[in-house]
Design a protein around this ligand. Structure first.
Ligand code: AHR
Length: 499
């Protein structure tokens, strides 16, 4: 049996977790919007056509921020199509994700949905096929109280009060060959700089996110340097995107180790940001917006097959990954890696929210349910809002396949405002690990509860027929301050004051 000790000290605080780390993403792709959040005629639909069964799950998940309306979609989007009388909104070809876009859900409808869901809007502008003029008009439409052309148009369209959108993405993945309006770092850096300037002239309270690399493509690094050298002073965050995928032939433990690569990737992106800051002798330290992260591979082949089709329909089933138990462990590991850098990552959005690579699935006209990947997010969102502690420990090694011997546990400890501590642990080993949490420095904290998620079948999924196949359970009780972690498991350990 493997044994581990985790040492926590209240003086080793890394950073407070920003509320916006519990963000998500709704793109006009597949059935994310139509059939996902919105389905007039569904038995649970409210007067606005929004599915209240989905809203309940989104609220339960504790989403604080939602990125919208894309993604790749936004790079061909005309925001004006999505406002005004419904019957006058045009149906457009959606090019990024072959479909017909009816524009039934647009800025007003989505802002109302976000309010019901209890989250703030994080809006992306189109810097692919459009530019500065549209960006400036959109900010005026969304954020100015009234008395000017676009703000009065919003009022005429039914929203007397401005939407007050604070956070904006300056385009999406503008380095990517698949993006409409792909740019060089020079072109994008200049455009991002000008867009940030003009948008902040309209509303000085905005914060803007410039596009970092879409993935570790060959131009990674050159892209960041080229962009930042042109817009460092005008932007507030640089974006990072990352999707993990199980490659054919990969052993389960090798797949579970994929999130470990994020630590290094984040450090590299920060080094590029800080190098630009140093060149400028700037006092400003740029933070990161990790505004797309998830596991994504199950649906890729099916989606490729859709690409060649010329017939387009409304809301085809695209990107509908059905997540396994091991995918949940990987998303948990990704989220732990993000929170471990709570000092420099201030925004994070799991991509996405409903149906398209999402923790929530629906059937048109049918139920909504939680995928396996719902649970680690739920736990971190519910029990991870505090101050991240730097922990030390004596962690055993396990067989990491092609990676050699690797730490068996992936851990994160969060100090809560009431003085309690929550510890999140993934056991990557094929055998149980007995963990002792040494919290002496806290004076009298002990393990009060343990919740775990495990499965005899790594490939088990939740579906409409069996939505609870993979769910968290109460874990083993602690004995002498030690707790047994099941092989290949996700764990939340609640440390509370004795007595
Ligand atoms: O989230 C799915 C897609 O992944 C987004 O549209 C795009 O930004 C990224 O490549």
């Amino acid at each position: 049996m493997l044994e581990a000790t985790l040492v926590l000290d209240r003086d080793f605080c890394l950073a407070r977790v920003d509320e916006r780390m519990f963000g998500s993403f709704v793109e006009h792709v597949g059935r994310a919007v139509y059939g996902g959040i919105y389905e007039p005629g569904h038995p649970s639909a409210d007067a606005d056509g929004m599915r209240t069964d989905v809203l309940a799950l989104v609220r339960e998940l504790g989403i604080t921020l939602v990125r919208y309306p894309g993604g790749n979609f936004v790079s061909g989007f005309r925001w004006e199509d999505s406002v005004g009388p419904l019957q006058e909104r045009p149906v457009r070809l959606s090019l990024a994700w072959p479909a017909l876009e009816s524009n039934e859900v647009g800025l007003h409808e989505f802002a109302a949905w976000a309010q019901k869901a209890g989250c703030r809007l994080f809006y992306a502008i189109n810097l692919g096929t459009r530019g500065l003029e549209d960006a400036r008009n959109l900010v005026e439409y969304a954020n100015i109280a009234g008395g000017s052309y676009y703000s009065d148009l919003r009022r005429k369209n039914g929203a007397a009060d401005p939407f007050g959108i604070r956070l904006w993405c300056l385009g999406n993945e503008m380095d990517a060959p698949w993006q409409m309006g792909e740019k060089t770092p020079e072109n994008y850096g200049l455009l991002a700089n000008e867009a940030a300037k003009i948008m902040k002239m309209v509303d000085p309270h905005l914060e803007v996110v410039a596009c970092g690399s879409s993935s570790p493509l060959p131009q990674f690094g050159n892209w960041e340097s080229g962009v930042l050298s042109r817009c460092y002073d005008s932007i507030d965050y640089l974006s990072v995107h990352r999707y993990c995928a199980k490659e054919p032939g990969m052993k389960p433990v090798e797949y579970l180790l994929q999130p470990s690569g994020m630590d290094e990737y984040i450090a590299q992106v920060l080094a590029l940001c800080d190098a630009e800051g140093a060149k400028r002798r700037s006092k400003k330290k740029l933070s990161l917006s990790f505004d797309e992260w998830n596991v994504w591979y199950h649906s890729k082949a099916a989606d490729e097959a859709m690409r060649g089709r010329t017939e387009r329909e409304k809301a085809p089933a695209l990107l509908e990954d059905v997540y396994t138990f091991e995918d949940a462990l990987v998303t948990g590991g990704m989220f732990l890696a993000l929170l471990r850098r709570a000092d420099r990552i201030k925004i994070a959005c799991m991509a996405q929210l409903v149906n398209a690579i999402a923790p929530i699935m629906t059937q048109n006209g049918g139920p909504a349910w939680r995928q396996t990947t719902y649970w680690p997010f739920y736990h971190l969102s519910r029990y991870g809002r505090g101050t991240v502690l730097q922990s030390a420990g004596n962690l055993p090694l396990c067989d990491g396949g092609g990676y050699g011997a690797v730490p068996a546990l992936d851990t994160l400890a969060v100090l809560m405002d009431d003085g309690s501590v929550n510890v999140f642990v993934i056991n990557r080993a094929q055998e149980p690990v007995v963990l002792r949490v040494d919290a002496r420095a806290f004076g009298g904290l002990e393990i009060a509860r343990h919740v775990q998620m495990t499965s005899p079948d790594l490939l088990a999924v939740n579906d409409a027929a069996n939505p609870q196949r993979v769910t968290p359970q109460e874990g083993a009780a602690s004995r002498d301050g030690r707790i047994a972690l099941e092989p290949l498991s996700w764990n939340v350990i609640f440390m509370r004051k004795r007595g």
